[in-house]
Design a protein around this ligand. Structure first.
Ligand code: FAD
Length: 333
């Protein structure tokens, strides 16, 4: 592991100060479940690691006038126990799907949003674009876990975040501060993720010296129904091969508004706009969800070894929609 300085700020202003030294060659440490692995393998080599766990303004979950604010230090199990989040079922279902007490106790929701891809070429030092001698290792090699959407450019990994699809379906925003001490912005999460075109670009819009302090969720109207469905290979700690999160406004059994967001299928969370539009004005039935799921995957462009993910994504959309209206066979959860 490369040597680095360790900084432990107690305020947001101090965190920004620490992050902006060393020309921004710094990294935010939250639960550390992902960052520590990257440091140990020298995949990232910051000159300073800034541990935000002692910044008290980033602790806890609180109701605010227009919704709920979740601090960057909130762990998965704190979120699971929080009464403020009971209406946001899709997010709780994803936490439950982690099936690892260690990960739930240490990992944070914001760390999940900001984590780097689990692409094996990236984790073995070939960069986000996985290039060797200018050629794409993903195109030529084992691409079974790679993208089936948004993969026409050089980036072919899949976004690793498990919570982003659910948060985006709920139209969440993230509070980003820095790099200037007074700079603060609420960014809709759907615009937070980025597809890099070079190995020096990241997977989010965060610039050096910036960090996320909170996630904001809008008030859940009583007519909103949400659910998630992740296709996992094993019953233990695992990363989904495909996932869908949905958020529906259902009145008198008819869907008035719909958001469908796919995970682990593209370099960013993938919003299925066309599929969501096809659901509006209809009841959620086996027939409508089959039709909507067909639309959701109709523009997939699988690589040489991951055609199977198209069917998994289709099933995830179908099951998330049925789960949202309590029509999914409990055996399938
Ligand atoms: C053994 C192991 C197995 C795992 N298995 C799975 C799995 O099966 N499924 C799965 O989904 N995940 C898995 N993970 C990943 C882990 O669950 C998530 O990455 C976790 O939620 C990250 O939270 P954290 O607080 O530990 O983040 P950290 O590791 O502290 O940070 C993750 C990344 O986000 C950045 N970051 C953190 N907080 C902020 C912030 N506030 N602002 C800006 N950037 C920030 C860090 O710099 C780092 O790049 C696994 C991790 C380990 C170690």
């Amino acid at each position: 592991m490369n040597p680095f300085e360790y900084a432990r700020p107690t305020t947001e202003a101090e965190a920004i100060d620490f992050l902006n030294d060393h020309g921004g060659q710094t990294a935010v440490l939250s639960g550390g479940t992902d960052l520590m692995n990257l440091l140990k393998r020298d995949v990232v080599q910051p000159q300073r690691v800034v541990d935000i766990k002692h910044v008290s303004s980033m602790n806890g979950i609180q109701r605010v006038d227009d919704g709920v604010l979740i601090g960057a230090n909130v762990t998965l199990d704190q979120a699971l126990a929080a009464h403020e989040l009971v209406e946001y079922q899709s997010l709780l279902q994803v936490i439950d799907g982690h099936r690892s007490i260690q990960m739930q106790g240490m990992g944070t929701l914001v760390g999940d949003l900001c984590q780097m891809p689990s692409c094996w070429y990236f984790r073995n030092g070939y960069g986000l674009l996985a290039l060797k001698d200018g050629a794409s290792l993903v195109e030529q090699g084992d691409n079974r876990y790679h993208a089936i959407f948004g993969n026409s450019g050089p980036a072919k990994f899949v976004s690793a975040s498990r919570f982003a699809p659910g948060f985006i379906a709920w139209e969440a925003k993230v509070r980003v501060i820095g790099p200037q001490p007074t700079q603060e912005e609420f960014v809709p999460l759907e615009y937070f993720f980025a597809t890099p075109k070079t190995n020096t670009q990241g997977v989010t819009i965060l610039k050096p010296g910036q960090l996320v302090t909170h996630v904001w969720l809008p008030i859940a109207k009583p007519t909103m129904k949400s659910a998630a469905y992740e296709v996992l290979e094993s019953n233990g700690l695992d990363r989904p091969q495909a996932a869908a999160s949905v958020c529906l406004n259902v009145q008198s059994d008819i869907v008035r508004e719909a958001r469908i967001v796919l995970g682990h299928v593209a370099p960013t969370p993938w919003i299925a706009h066309e599929a969501a539009r096809a659901l509006v004005g209809h009841k959620v039935t086996e027939d409508t969800v089959s039709h909507v799921a067909d639309i959701a995957v109709s523009r997939a462009t699988p690589l040489s070894m991951n055609d199977y993910k198209v069917q998994m994504t289709r099933a995830a959309v179908k099951r998330a929609l049925l789960r949202a209206v309590d029509q999914l066979d409990p055996e399938l959860v």
